[in-house]
Design a protein around this ligand. Structure first.
Ligand code: SF4
Length: 425
């Protein structure tokens, strides 16, 4: 695997040191044992570093994490209700000890600039070629109008992402176009937090303009960038990415870009796209890679990841071969609730805020996830295209009152937050 010249050599090297590969060979936890599955589960949960001390800054072992996640099929069996409740209660208890009972949300607007994209990720129902049915590219005036509307509705954040649009340039520069977009949005909505551009987009701007990622980040920061979405991570496992999204940046490149994001002092979110063809070992590697990055951020005195967002795979509009392999269109709620709990248990004190996706699970499903270790309901969004074009039925807009009612239905206090989980004045 060769380094993109846009990536700093130090980040590329450090990414290799940090990257945790999926455990090979991987042994299912219930193989080669005649112990009751419940006892195996209990032992794995008891062995987590923060079971006795929730603030213990240690790392779970990759084999331990893989074995715990591999219990998911057994945990979903109808007679495993006692075991499911144990997992739920442990995750819920850890959430209480780490962040308390308050449920948070942010009033934001999601803006997808364009779905023109030069890549062809196997799961993506969002991308289009120009002129294809459903293709769009918002003008800069339209973007400003959306920002103004959001500002008037009290939004404190704009989340800005899009496809890799080869034509989105200003004076021949992709970066100049991205800078102009951020400046336009700030002018239309003064003071708003700009949460924008995935690691894939950042690398694309850098490669197209023949610039280092560090320069891209510095200039975008000057143009108003305040934090980075941790999307395009999908599952940070190289063998899986070679099947799922071979054109996309590698896991190592994603980690390297994120190291450069950290080096610029920018916070980021973290995500996992789950429920497709990934294995428990892939999931474990992904979560540990997030932990490795978070540990690196802390060592450098940086914020790192503000939250973990579980993004269940929605396959309604995915290409037929992938749909056939996955075998269902919408996320399996029980599987995703279990994974919500497992992620809370495995990420421990390193990533304190956990967010389910109401776009994918529906608001009722997201509210249920609050009982499985989650503490945040994400944003109001006002509009959403990427998952909705994939066939998600959870909606594209939530009023603050609806998010507050969802939190209250679980008997939990609720508050609006800033993008970085600060308290609003
Ligand atoms: S996932 Fe992103 S990079 Fe991949 S095809 Fe879709 S829009 Fe393009």
């Amino acid at each position: 695997m060769s380094r993109s010249p846009a990536l700093a050599p130090w980040a590329w090297q450090r990414a290799e040191q940090l990257l945790v590969p999926a455990a090979q060979p991987f042994i299912e936890p219930l193989q080669f044992t005649d112990r009751p599955p419940f006892a195996v589960l209990q032992e794995l949960l008891d062995d987590l570093p923060w079971q006795s001390n929730p603030e213990a800054l240690q790392m779970p072992d990759i084999h331990q994490a893989s074995r715990l996640l591999a219990l998911a099929p057994w945990l979903q069996q109808p007679d495993a209700d006692q075991a499911r409740e144990l997992v739920r209660a442990r995750a819920d208890g850890l959430r209480t000890r780490l962040v308390g009972d308050t449920v948070t949300y942010v009033v934001n607007r999601n803006i997808n600039v364009s779905n023109h994209c030069s890549k062809h990720c196997s799961f993506c129902a969002f991308r289009r070629d120009p002129g294809q049915p459903g293709a769009f590219w918002l003008s800069r005036e339209a973007l400003q109008h959306k920002a103004q509307q959001a500002h008037q509705r009290g939004a404190t954040e704009l989340c800005v992402q899009g496809g890799l649009n080869p034509a989105a340039t200003l004076d021949g520069s992709h970066l100049a176009y991205a800078e102009a977009v951020l400046q336009d949005l700030t002018a239309a909505a003064p003071g708003i937090h700009l949460h924008a551009f995935s690691p894939q987009e950042l690398l694309y701007f850098a490669e197209c303009d023949d610039l280092p990622v560090a320069v891209v980040l510095q200039r975008l920061r000057q143009a108003g960038l305040a934090s980075v979405p941790g999307t395009a991570a999908e599952v940070l496992s190289e063998p899986l990415r070679r099947v799922l999204c071979p054109e996309k940046l590698s896991a190592r490149a994603w980690v390297a870009v994120m190291l450069e994001v950290q080096a610029q002092g920018l916070p980021a979110t973290s995500t996992l796209m789950a429920g497709h063809i990934e294995t428990a070992a892939d999931q474990a590697a992904h979560l540990l890679n997030l932990l490795q990055l978070q540990r690196h951020a802390r060592e450098q005195g940086q914020t790192g990841f503000t939250e973990f967002v579980l993004l269940p795979f929605v396959g309604q509009q995915a290409p037929a071969p992938l749909r056939q392999r996955v075998g269902r269109d919408q996320p399996d709620l029980q599987a995703m609730l279990l994974l919500t709990a497992m992620a809370r248990l495995l990420l421990g004190p390193w990533i304190r805020h956990h967010q389910p996706s109401w776009v994918k699970l529906g608001l009722a499903g997201a509210a249920e996830a609050l009982r499985w270790g989650a503490d945040d309901l994400g944003g109001t969004l006002m509009e959403e295209h990427i998952t909705t074009m994939a066939g998600a039925s959870g909606g594209t807009n939530q009023e603050p009152e609806a998010l507050e009612a969802a939190a209250s239905s679980c008997g939990r206090p609720v508050r609006r937050r800033t993008t970085t989980y600060g308290v609003l004045p």
